[in-house]
Design a protein. Structure first.
Length: 129
């Protein structure tokens, strides 16, 4: 599956916490690319934003959770390239979001479905390279 194919399919999926949300948007892409479900231990184990926040807090925040999940599968990246995963701060948002680097910016899953691709501010990234 190409990045464009994945993003097109993701844009049509509804957001359901624990099934397809900003964390699992990234984990599903890693699964497609590497054949490893980096979110297996918590997939389906939370059902709302509060439970997702509690999960992230348990690991020390979103960055620490993703870093823990992808250890040994992806490597930290200072300059992500198309297809790499990231955490960004979308323009005008106070919350961080999981994102996938594209050739034109970072694709972020919107709260109620769909994607928003823009040059969002990078917080952290992990590479497939």
């Amino acid at each position: 599956m190409t990045l464009d194919d994945y993003l097109s399919a993701a844009a049509r999926k509804p957001v359901v916490y624990g099934t397809f949300d900003c964390l699992l948007f990234l984990a599903d892409w890693v699964l497609w690319q590497k054949g490893v479900d980096v979110a297996a231990r918590w997939r389906g184990k939370y059902a709302c934003e509060r439970e997702a926040s509690r999960l992230m807090s348990h690991y020390g925040g979103m960055e620490a959770l993703i870093d823990f999940a992808v250890k040994g599968v992806l490597t930290p990246a200072e300059t992500p390239v198309a297809g790499d995963i990231a955490i960004v701060r979308p323009h005008g948002a106070r919350e961080l979001g999981g994102a996938i680097r594209t050739t034109t910016g970072f694709a972020v899953l919107k709260r109620h479905g769909g994607l928003w691709t823009a040059p969002h501010r990078l917080v952290a990234a992990w590479s497939f390279a």
